[in-house]
Ligand binder design. Structure first.
Ligand code: AMP
Length: 550
């Protein structure tokens, strides 16, 4: 920990560490009757209040003490978005242990790897993942017991899992007489491994302080803008970067919470949005694709849904247009990463932009957004020299702030900072008003004749074609230019478009040398564990593709 000089005159404010337990205490005391509604994997809807949640979190904290869990011990979850998962967010971190959220979409070998790497003592899991746990349990060498997040009636009669406990039994056999302990706010609170397309996943180890500051910062009007008048449905999973901090920021804002469980298809989401009068949501573009298609196909409108945050990968402008113009839903384009807790930037207009025509405003909103207070950013060239904020010069994006990692868990990867800044691996521009726009992941950028071609722009244009559902652009080795762009397109069901029509669609919209050399139509794009297109897989699949000679 860096120590800073002390002033001869110190402030005279209360000395209260920023701890996660203070969030649930506040929510239960000041918004005690506010509801948490969860679609359970068992099939039904569960509803209770912040007050109930706080009580059960305290019971679970007592149960953890009974299980011998101590300050700093890691406790894992493999679970969907739901009330039991949220109880663990508070019971585990609040009691001083470290909540390790595992992404169930990872390969079972990776799940065993990160469980062992984290040295998880206990692993809580949803009923859906019983077969997965049965397959990996023997390989998770540090786990003392696995806990099924369900009632006794769902416990399997026979199982290969050596030590299996029942969540509801643990709760019902534990008292709610529990005082959240006080400890140093820099203590570890939760752990999330990056999806890592190459090599083993690395852990981002968040502290109580970083989590509370991120919760404050991300709830602000220029960020996610959550208030007690909202009903929030986080589609973004609690197993990936703490659902963008919503299980914290929603509670300190006093908003009603709605958890979708495992039912993330367009129809189930639409029904839950309507039934629970959801006003605000957050998720990756692929989820919105399902929801929008369901609403369009069935000519449905949203009666209360007014605002959504889209991030995790670039929000296609066509998706933004549909949500705003057809459904009257405001879109906040946001950017961040696991290493940043995750929020870095969020979209929105400034006073001077309000007089601009709609198209000009839309161009601003399409960017990944403006830095949220708590995050500083800069773009640099290959030599590390800072580049101008002119909206067109692009460079490597670096960030710093109190909710950004300084190293990975167990120091994997060694020193990661460059002069105190974290290199994001993204390539971006920043304009004079401070809006950042990602052109690419640095490893996805196409290098053609010494120039860079940003694939996100090309994909966004392709996806504004009415026959295109999804598009991905990758670099293909080229004898003269190094690499040239190949466009891969998934057509909308029942729609047609030819290679030539697709290429003609780009005419006049991009510099000539950005024009894809070829278009290939495919049935589906490979998606990774966190809803991102796996371009490394596409590059592998198409590495022998012959580009037309031209
Ligand atoms: P992860 O740590 O798995 O959440 O991935 C973080 C990465 O996702 C970032 O470094 C970006 O490459 C990408 N990403 C996140 N949000 C956006 C966005 N709004 N637009 C483009 N890329 C994004």
């Amino acid at each position: 920990m860096t120590s800073y000089p002390m002033s001869p005159l110190m402030g005279q404010m209360m000395d209260q560490p920023l701890l996660i337990s203070s969030i649930i205490e506040f929510a239960a005391r000041h918004y005690g009757s506010t509801e948490i509604v969860s679609r359970r994997v068992e099939g039904d809807l569960h509803r209770y209040t912040y007050r109930d949640c706080h009580q059960r979190a305290r019971q679970m904290a007592n149960a953890l003490t009974g299980l011998g869990v101590k300050l700093g011990d890691r406790v894992a979850t493999l679970a969907w978005n739901g009330y039991r998962h949220m109880e663990l967010y508070y019971a585990v971190s609040g009691s001083g242990a470290v909540l390790h959220t595992i992404n169930p979409r990872l390969h079972p070998e990776q799940i065993a790897y990160i469980t062992n790497h984290a040295e998880d003592q206990y692993l809580y899991f949803d009923l859906t993942f019983l077969p997965l746990i049965e397959a990996v349990a023997a390989h998770c060498t540090t786990v003392k017991a696995f806990i099924l997040m369900a009632g006794r009636e769902h416990m399997p009669a026979e199982t290969k899992i050596p030590q299996l406990l029942c969540y509801e039994d643990l709760i019902s056999s534990s008292s709610d007489d529990y005082q959240w302990p006080l400890f140093d706010e820099n203590s570890a609170a939760s752990l999330c491994y990056t999806s890592g397309t190459t090599g083993n996943p690395k852990g981002a180890l968040y502290s109580h302080r970083s989590t509370v500051l991120h919760a404050y910062g991300s709830a602000m009007p220029n960020a996610l803008n959550v208030s007690s008048a909202d009903t929030v449905l986080p589609v973004v999973p609690m197993f990936h970067v703490n659902a963008w901090g919503l299980p914290y920021s929603v509670l300190l804002s006093g908003a009603k919470m709605v958890y979708p469980g495992a039912a993330l298809d367009g129809k189930s989401l639409y029904e839950l949005f309507e039934a629970e009068k959801v006003t605000f949501s957050a998720g990756v573009p692929t989820v919105w694709l399902g929801l929008i298609n369901h609403a369009l196909q069935n000519q449905l409108q949203f009666s209360t849904f007014r605002r959504t945050v889209i991030g995790g990968s670039a929000c296609p402008p066509a998706m933004m247009d549909t949500l705003i113009d057809k459904f009257n839903v405001e879109v906040i384009h946001a950017w961040g990463m696991t290493e940043m807790s995750p929020l870095g930037t969020a979209g929105g207009l400034q006073t001077k932009h309000l007089v601009l025509p709609k198209d000009a405003q839309r161009k601003i909103l399409q960017k990944q957004g403006h830095a949220v207070y708590g995050v500083d950013m800069k773009i640099v060239d290959d030599a590390g020299t800072e580049l101008p904020w002119d909206g067109s010069t692009y460079g490597h994006l670096l960030v710093k702030g109190p909710w950004i990692i300084k190293s990975y868990f167990k120091n994997e990867g060694g020193d990661v900072l460059q002069d105190g800044w974290f290199p994001t691996g993204d390539v971006a521009t920043i304009d004079a008003d401070g809006y950042m726009q990602i052109t690419d992941r640095s490893k996805d950028v196409i290098k053609s004749g010494g120039e860079w071609i940003g694939t996100i722009d090309l994909e966004n244009i392709a996806m504004s074609h009415p026959s295109v559902l999804q598009a991905a652009c990758i670099g293909i080795a080229h004898p003269k230019w190094d690499e040239r762009p190949l466009l891969l397109v998934v057509k909308r069901p029942g729609m047609e478009v030819t290679r030539e029509e697709m290429l003609a669609f780009f005419e006049g919209k991009i510099a000539k040398f950005w024009m894809p050399d070829d278009v290939v139509f495919i049935d589906a794009l490979p998606m990774g564990a966190t809803g991102k297109i796996q371009k490394n897989k596409l590059r592998d699949q198409f590495k022998a593709h012959q580009l037309p000679v031209g």
